[in-house]
Design a protein around this ligand. Structure first.
Ligand code: 8YV
Length: 329
């Protein structure tokens, strides 16, 4: 029988995924049962002993680390859709294939994004906290007034899979759909979504009631929502982000929220995870979640299955279905 590839997985994955990996890739497969994140040293050690590495967002595979990877390593099968934790160009230059897990987390992430729009607009977390603290002393006509969602304008930054799934949901809630993207979506999709394309992000920002970040973090999108651009938003605007913290200048956003220059925010991701700008923690008009957009039982199993298919296809000598190349980023 052909030699099994040596697979190292850096984090604890759902049980069915680990069971399947052991079945397919053999008992030599190294899983991380206690889920302690790898240090850079442990990561490097793994990269010198394995054929296939399965990292997550908590593993930073930068130029320096990739330069020290062993000859044996051939495939980096990321558990996650975003690959900003990996220097893909350097990996490819060293002959390493990189894959990700797109598609299976689209709907879950769009659901959470819609939840954040709702929570930030209608003060859901604030209200729930008041009740749990015993603070519901009776109804009042002017208490807990939030902002209406229907009839408002949603501006989506990044109209890929998740942006489109969000557009469908938001349209059903009565929001009008606007988007900024490197290029317009196909006429068929634009018509289906009833979405208006804004070539100028600046112009879109100035006109929206809700802004949602749904693009990847790349050198081109780092601080796309810069301090200057955030200032273009209307004072009643709400910003949500379930993509990557680095796309927004978090410090500038926190300052504007604290000064009441925009109305609120719903954030699932942060610029320096797991650290969060301390100013944000004290504000009543923000809803903060711990990077859980794809965190459903079903979704995380689907992501694991994607990883398995990528590894299996590669080991069988074919091009893995979810290969990432720098031109895609
Ligand atoms: C994961 C994500 O939690 O897929 C992504 O890009 O952000 C999340 O699904 C994380 O990245 C896993 O590596």
């Amino acid at each position: 029988a052909a030699q099994k590839p040596k697979v190292v997985v850096t984090r604890k994955l759902p049980d069915p995924v680990e069971t399947r990996m052991l079945e397919l890739f053999g008992k030599e497969t190294e899983l991380n049962f206690d889920d302690t994140p790898f240090t850079a040293d442990r990561l490097l050690d793994a990269m010198n002993r394995c054929d296939v590495l399965v990292p997550t967002i908590t593993d930073r595979l930068d130029k320096a680390l990739l330069a020290r990877a062993g000859e044996r390593l051939k495939l980096i099968a990321n558990f996650g859709a975003g690959v900003d934790n990996i220097d893909v160009a350097t990996a490819n230059a060293r002959g390493l294939i990189v894959t990700n897990t797109p598609g299976v987390l689209t709907e879950d992430t769009a659901d959470l994004t819609m939840g954040l729009i709702m929570a930030a607009s209608r003060r859901l977390v604030e209200g729930a906290n008041v009740v749990q603290a015993g603070g519901f002393s009776g109804w009042s006509p002017t208490w807990m007034m939030g902002r209406r969602i229907w009839g408002k304008r949603l501006g989506i930054i990044g109209m890929g899979r998740i942006g489109q799934a969000l557009a469908r949901r938001a349209a059903a809630f009565g929001l009008s759909i606007h988007y900024h993207n490197r290029k317009p979506v196909s006429p068929r999709i634009a018509e289906e979504l009833g979405a208006t394309y804004w070539e100028s992000l600046d112009q879109m920002l100035a006109r929206m009631d809700v802004i949602s970040v749904n693009c990847p973090h790349t050198p081109a999108t780092y601080h796309l929502l810069s301090a200057r651009r955030l200032k273009l938003l209307q004072p009643h605007a709400i910003v949500v982000n379930t993509a990557r913290g680095e796309v927004i200048d978090e410090g500038a956003l926190a300052n504007m929220l604290a000064r009441g220059e925009i109305a609120g925010a719903g954030l699932d991701v942060y610029e320096h995870e797991p650290a969060i700008n301390p100013k944000l923690l004290k504000l009543p008009n923000v809803v903060l979640l711990p990077h859980m957009g794809s965190a459903t039982i079903e979704g995380r199993i689907d992501m694991g299955e994607k990883v398995i298919v990528n590894i299996k296809t590669f080991m069988d000598g074919h091009r893995p279905p979810d290969r990432v190349i720098p031109a895609m980023l």
